[in-house]
Design a protein around this ligand. Structure first.
Ligand code: C5P
Length: 252
């Protein structure tokens, strides 16, 4: 690993892989969790599961000794975001997302509200959705700058506001890591192996490449949940990562 981020060895993958539990109800979500078992520590509860099962989903995961990233991508006026985050009191959440484009005051309010919660979840600013590319990038965003510049500008807003890190596509990790060393967090969805269907993701890379560029955590959903052998997919990630590390050491 070349950029100051500790390489996840095979025990480390468990600490750094977040499975996106995008499921329609708590029952099916927990079936996945129980089927995957001990090899995964972290789960991401997003809009679909939170709207279906809310606090119960977070508590059920914590009851299984799992860590939770609550990915609600909050984007509202500062006071509303602050009060929404304060309403999460009592939930064991480790990571929480807001949209970095919500502006400096919103980001500051989010960071301050998270610090009032027991357990002090770390706040991440979502930079640009990994599903956006080319003409899909909203026209309101400055057309004179490229994706990487936009992501770096959003990361700067997060850092200045005291937010703990960002969610960004694997393509931007390297420049983010150069500008924002650890402990500023980089969490990366858009993970796809060469043989995985991309679904709606555009700016993708494989899991070993994302870690090699300096991601702290990677988020993977459908490639694991839609597999007949989710445990096997996680084991394959572990093996691919070990192979990448071995080849890096051999070439060093
Ligand atoms: O199934 P897949 O691996 O594409 O899931 C990626 C997860 O990461 C989804 O839950 C999605 O909401 C989330 N995400 C993303 N891009 C972002 C932020 C979050 O894909 N920029």
């Amino acid at each position: 690993m070349t950029n100051g981020t500790q390489a996840p060895g095979s025990a480390g993958l468990r600490e750094r892989l977040i499975v996106a539990l995008d499921q329609p109800d708590l029952k099916s979500a927990l079936q996945h969790v129980d089927r995957i078992g001990e090899s995964v520590l972290w789960y991401k509860v997003g809009l679909q599961l939170f709207f279906a099962a809310g606090r119960e989903a977070v508590l059920a995961l914590a009851g299984r000794q799992k860590r939770v990233m609550l990915d609600l991508k909050l984007h509202d006026i500062p006071a509303t975001v602050e009060k929404a985050i304060r309403s999460l009191e009592g939930l064991p959440i480790s990571l929480l997302t807001v949209h970095a484009s919500g502006g400096p005051e919103m980001l500051k309010s989010a960071a301050a509200a998270a610090r009032t919660l027991a357990g002090t979840p770390r706040v991440l600013g979502v930079t640009m959705l990994t599903s956006l590319e080319g003409t899909e990038i909203p026209p309101l965003w400055n057309p004179m700058t490229g994706v990487e510049e936009k992501v770096l500008a959003l990361a700067a807003a997060c850092e200045e506001a005291g937010v703990d890190g960002v969610v960004a596509s694997p393509r931007e990790i390297h420049s983010l890591r150069v500008t924002y060393p650890s402990p500023f967090l980089i969490v990366t969805p858009g993970i796809r192996g060469p043989n995985d269907p991309a679904h709606d993701q555009k700016r993708t890379l494989s899991l070993p490449e994302a870690f090699a560029r300096g991601a702290d955590y990677v988020v993977v959903g459908r490639p694991i949940l839609e597999s007949n052998d989710p445990h096997g997919v996680v084991a394959a990630y572990d093996a691919a990562l070990a192979a990448a590390l071995t080849s890096e050491r051999t070439n060093a």
